[in-house]
Ligand binder design. Sequence first.
Ligand SMILES: Nc1nc2c(c(=O)[nH]1)N[C@H]1C(S)=C(S)[C@@H](COP(=O)(O)OP(=O)(O)OC[C@H]3O[C@@H](n4cnc5c(=O)[nH]c(N)nc54)[C@H](O)[C@@H]3O)O[C@H]1N2
Ligand SMILES: Nc1nc2c(c(=O)[nH]1)N[C@H]1C(S)=C(S)[C@@H](COP(=O)(O)OP(=O)(O)OC[C@H]3O[C@@H](n4cnc5c(=O)[nH]c(N)nc54)[C@H](O)[C@@H]3O)O[C@H]1N2
Ligand code: SF4
Ligand SMILES: [Mo]
Length: 721
Amino acid sequence: MNKFVETSSQTANPETQILKSVCRSCHGGCGTLLHVRNDELVKVEGDPDSPFNQGRLCPIGNAAMEMVYHPDRLKYPMRRKGERGSGDWERISWDDALDEIADKLTVIKEKYGAEAVHLGTGTGRHHIRWVSRFAFSFGSPNWSEPGFAQCFHPRVNTCTQTMGDYPVCDLTNEVQADCICYWGHQPLNSGPDGETRFNARDAFKNSQKTIVVDPRETYLAKKADLWLQLRPGTDDALALAMIHVIIEEGLQDKEFVDNYTHGYAELADRVKPLTPEWAEDITWVPADITREAARMFAKSKPALMEWGVALEQTPNCIQTVRAVSIIPSITGNIDVPGGWVFGMHGLGPVPSLIENLSPEQNAKRLGFENYKMLCGDGAALPAAHIPTVLQAMRTGDPYPVKAFLIFGNNTLTTYGDSKLVYESLMNLDFIVNADLFMTPTVELADIVLPAAFWPEINEVTGLPIIAGNVVLANQQAVRTHECWSDEEIFSELARRLDLEVGTETPEEVFEQQMAAGGTGITFDELKKIGYYQVPMKYRKYETEGFKTPTGKIELYSTRLEEMGYEPLPYYAEPPESPISNPDMAEDYPLILTTGGRNPFFFNSEGRQVQSCRKGARQPLAEIHPDTATENGIKDGDWMWIENSRGKIRQVAKVTTGIDPRVINTEFGWWFPEDPAPEYGVWKSNANVLTSAKPPFDPQMGTYQLRALLCRISKVESHESQ
Ligand SMILES: Nc1nc2c(c(=O)[nH]1)N[C@H]1C(S)=C(S)[C@@H](COP(=O)(O)OP(=O)(O)OC[C@H]3O[C@@H](n4cnc5c(=O)[nH]c(N)nc54)[C@H](O)[C@@H]3O)O[C@H]1N2
Ligand SMILES: Nc1nc2c(c(=O)[nH]1)N[C@H]1C(S)=C(S)[C@@H](COP(=O)(O)OP(=O)(O)OC[C@H]3O[C@@H](n4cnc5c(=O)[nH]c(N)nc54)[C@H](O)[C@@H]3O)O[C@H]1N2
Ligand code: SF4
Ligand SMILES: [Mo]
């Protein structure tokens, strides 16, 4: 029996009860009011009192009710009956499901070692640290999340190493930025990590000047003072050229640079030859525009860098992030009102329990030897390297991985190189998948577990992510079917496995986190007030310095050097480009970039949610009119996009807002309306085209999701759609 359901279900109440909670349908944390009547959720609305959304909700947040009561929700645990991936299931009890998982894991651990059990989760989920915690308490060093080497954590780990903490955009306080640079980021659609689209929208409206660095003419690019339409994957060269201009023209904040940075002279030497003219050939951005952008950013006070995931999806990820992070650092925009600020950390993290691994076991993490910024000492929370994990699943090299426990990740649509992923997963002995819905990935499981959605769980969150300036409570309003929260599943599984650590109830862990945050508030008290905003302190470095080996912001990184990596940022041509690989470019002449977020879906989610799907019915690929004409394609036609790894089709969106040499595809597409068990996952899935093979970022192991090569052609009427 699930004791959590009993303890936390609401008692029948004829009157409507309104609970303050937090939308967790994206990384943001919009305040919500959950209206509950007779144990039923009757309304979800934005909380006018929330510092993140002031009452507003986006199309995804507005679909919360539809999600909770969607007829396709997974409703009870299931066991696979037929062959793996046959779509043949039988209903089982939670008791049977958990016992079976515990038995299977015990057998695998005894035969192959705990490291043969790999844990997986999706992006920024409420339970993300519960996944690594379970792995570590079970004794396995291996867990992964599709974004750890490709999203956000390259920025987190780089900044932690070079600045001592991760700076976030100061969007919830009074001072607004005078100039905002949106670099590979469209937060009005996506929300900055851990803030929301609404703060981003307000900041955009209030800023005097905007700079956009994006290969596509996005909404922000259309409105910007300067749009730098760069060649995908050349952000490193552009950032280095901007640093060159700032230093050459003496636009740096001299006082800050002298007192609070380390390695300025070495940096100046490094960028001396990297002029905007040098960069122009690489980036396609005219040198005078690069100069103007550098001047505009450096002369504005405060200036804010809104950087996004586009910086992290090519194999020069860490050095690209390094270069971009230096721009606000040398222009005096660190820990100042309206700039990049360090967090108040009002909530402790879920204890990782990594200390439960012996040093030998920790060193077995797949990728540990090579990618220290992801898997080892350079990582705030070390994770395994996905391509190495997939290899271990397929070949047993360097050791076998036999089981994969997936908690909220649509592996087949969101990892690079989906065909390789499929091959790897099909080779496993045991797969468990906890999700809200049946997906093409869930179909590959042996045991399926129905997960609870955010209005159905209790949880404590600190936002922005990492910074914890605001501490918020999620409140369980209802529970549908036999769904459990991921946190509950992990703590119950730990108990059934008789683990020495990691068996606390979720509520016990929330209290530990609250105590570690030092606000003096308990979780129960937080539920009543909804959220607590920790009073902001700026320029903390004046009294505390920076938490780096030199006590300064390390423009020259002693930590990277110590780990055997390059201490100063450099440019590296994307490995699959017309310059690096002219032979391949003969067959595949167009540059492919993927992923740009739309307002209606969160990654691979929401395709079955009608109100969201209405906003974006089909997968769209952007293409320039000249390229379209050359290939006999018209706006609205289905077109093939293919490269050496595979072939997919998306609908052509013909626009002058993209360079004729570039194609942009959406990602995350599958079609819940198509037949099980594949649900059309091979039709339009951008990751059929991306790569999980070397080369990888030398520090982080990042693979290539953007800046690849492809060709296109029209899908003829006789070809299946
Ligand atoms: N080509 C290409 N690929 C990309 C990207 C790109 O830009 N281009 N972006 C990458 C990035 S940045 C990221 S972070 C990843 C995202 O990759 P994922 O995290 O895998 O993506 P999602 O689709 O958000 O989530 C996967 C699943 O989680 C389930 N889910 C939602 N909430 C819960 C919950 O509370 N519990 C459980 N158990 N399940 C839940 C959803 O139903 C969904 O099936 O994709 C990456 N892949
Ligand atoms: N609505 C919604 N919100 C989301 C998500 C979602 O799927 N939907 N996903 C969540 C996740 S996991 C993440 S990581 C964030 C991501 O959100 P963002 O950081 O905003 O990322 P994207 O929109 O994927 O890409 C930003 C821009 O990068 C551009 N771009 C493509 N290639 C390059 C390049 O090589 N260089 C540069 N400079 N720009 C390039 C694209 O054209 C796009 O406009 O959003 C999160 N929030
Ligand atoms: S921006 Fe994110 S947190 Fe806010 S309503 Fe939309 S999905 Fe929810
Ligand atoms: Mo992400």
